[in-house]
Design a protein around this ligand. Sequence first.
Ligand SMILES: *Cc1c(COP(=O)(O)O)cnc(C)c1O
Length: 370
Amino acid sequence: MSSIKETVLQINLAHLTHNFNYLKSKVNPGVKILAVVKASGYGSDASIIAKHLEKAGADYFAVAYVSEGITLRKSGVKTPILVLHPQPVNFKKLIEYQLQPSLYSSRVLSAFIETAAEQNQKDYPVHIKFNSGLNRIGFSKNDVEHILDTLHKTKAIKVAALLSHLAASEDATEKEFTIKQINSFKEMTTQMIDKLGYTPILHQSNTSGILNYPEAHFDMVRAGIGLYGYGNDAKYDSELKPVAGLKSVISQIHELEPGESLGYNRAFIASEFTKTATIPIGHADGISRQYGNKKGFVTIQNKRAYIIGNVCMDMIMVDVTDIDCKEGDEVVIFDSNSSAAQVAEISGTISYELLTAISPRVKRVVIDDN
Ligand SMILES: *Cc1c(COP(=O)(O)O)cnc(C)c1O
């Protein structure tokens, strides 16, 4: 009998430790590891992940928004936390919870200095974000003088780090572009350091930067997806272990005669006898409608069962005509054997999107077989 009684997201901490150690083995001993735990730890549970990695030796954490950093502090995380994409409206809270902002434009830099000064801060640690080609957020080369001028006029903040982000580190065909990004970051940071009078931490690499570009490791690397078991490449996927396993059960079996329809809008019409299984997970749980109509699949008794008809809010129906299964049997949406990367790829998306979509409604269960 299956131990799974309802839809659950299993979080395997032994796999997390394995991935952390694997990524750490890819960088030189002095290089710090920042663990990215944004979006609920890539859809798992940010506090559980961060507290485990804090013990494993993570040097830093990063989240996207201030509210995510506050969640970590409230659960007792003491390690420095970088907020990658903060908004000025939350700067007071950011300081209250001792989070470190990534400051990415003159507007945001001025706003932060103003808040830090109001709060009587001295040398408050900040990260200055440079745009080296992603063209998303970050200062440009032309801003260096202005940043330095602004910094020299205040005692409220101090630069803890300079960072940038790679656009295509997983893509071997974009090597030339990536090398350009690395060189551009080197150039901008050299100019900064020359005039700052001290040397902040430099960081530019995400998971694929860690794996593919040793020359972009600098003083610290930012590991996200790799920690959760995905390396954006079959070669690395085989070394890593998926942390999250999404599992459910068969609620009910139906038998359709030819001509009968299934689900909303009658999107599936049986052309022959079809046995279907209904599973308690839907688009409100993170299985988007794009997986419907045979794009996505689940695994039952080690066999693929394709989603037929439209994905409902709280349910999917899958074709189990050729699978020997019954109500109450375990259903795997993704796990170590049927990885989120494979499931995502079939319906035209990436592991990141499938993982981070799993809604809070799905119960999280920690598996710790260390
Ligand atoms: C999300 C994010 C990361 C982590 O990227 P992965 O590819 O998941 O390792 C690193 N840096 C920044 C700025 C990010 O937004």
